[in-house]
Write a protein that binds this ligand. Structure first.
Ligand SMILES: C[S@@+](CC[C@H](N)C(=O)[O-])C[C@H]1O[C@@H](n2cnc3c(N)ncnc32)[C@H](O)[C@@H]1O
Length: 238
């Protein structure tokens, strides 16, 4: 049986994110994110990259233009359609855009990707869904493949503002605000979750940054890199 949080998730999340996508007041990606420029320096040539929650997909186009093979995913069909149009227009052959919900089993083969990339997209699911996603990330990564994450952290201003969006804490560090989940990550949480499902943590950086310049909001973030190791749980399908 589904938990209450899972029911809220299934009924609401696509609709709310779809509304945001159409809202001109909501922050949009207008240039390649700094994190993508850092990650690209760490990738071996012609890496196969899976991106989760790609939104407008500018980082993914950037990776493709650097010679990598990229599968960009988001759970919004409209975002994927827009990106597909752009791919076609720019004749980019090494980037595919596909609908994928991070909280659902991934439609990709075992041990196919060298890297998984997530830019501000893992914060919007609950702990139970993240556990499932980590198992899927592990499954689709090649041995020694890497996961690169940048996400909202517990140092973000809205985390401590308990009244923001009239949200309430539904599980540790996770708020339900206007129907949307906001799961803020601490270093301890990410390290624990990825280590217990068979990853070796290689790098963790925290800080504050403006991610969407026109919006101008400074966000508290955590940047995280881990590598699939041969030990730990979560080897098979979730
Ligand atoms: C804050 S935006 C970030 C977009 C882009 N990665 C960037 O940083 O500019 C979050 C993105 O994650 C997507 N998203 C949210 N929940 C998702 C889920 N469960 N599965 C797949 N995508 C999801 C949204 O549709 C949205 O495009």
């Amino acid at each position: 049986m589904r938990s209450l949080n899972e029911n809220i998730y299934v009924s609401n999340q696509h609709r709310i994110w779809q509304k945001d996508l159409k809202d001109p007041k909501k922050a949009k990606q207008i240039k390649v994110h700094q994190f993508a420029k850092e990650v690209v320096k760490d990738l071996k040539p012609e890496s196969k990259i899976l991106s989760l929650g790609c939104g407008a997909g500018l980082d993914e186009i950037f990776f493709a233009k650097k010679g990598h093979f990229v599968v960009a995913t988001d759970f919004l069909e409209s975002a994927i359609n827009e990106l597909n149009e752009r791919i076609k227009k720019e004749k980019i052959t090494n980037l595919k855009a596909k609908v994928q919900d991070i909280a659902e089993p991934f439609v990709f083969w075992d041990e196919f990707f060298d890297a998984v990339y997530s830019h501000l997209s893992l914060n919007f699911i609950t702990d139970a869904h993240l556990v499932k996603a980590i198992k899927e990330i592990r499954r689709v990564l090649k041995p020694n493949g890497a996961i690169y994450i940048i996400a909202l952290s517990v140092s973000d201003k809205d985390y401590s503002d308990k009244t923001f969006g009239k949200g309430k804490e539904i599980e540790k560090d996770t708020f339900l605000r206007n129907g949307k989940f906001f799961h803020y990550f601490s270093r301890e949480y990410l390290e624990k979750r990825f280590s217990e499902f068979g990853f070796r943590v290689e790098d963790v950086v925290t800080g504050k940054r403006i991610f969407f310049p026109p919006d101008g909001r400074v966000m508290g973030f955590i940047q995280f890199k881990a590598r699939k190791s041969n030990t730990g749980r979560g080897r098979g399908r979730s």
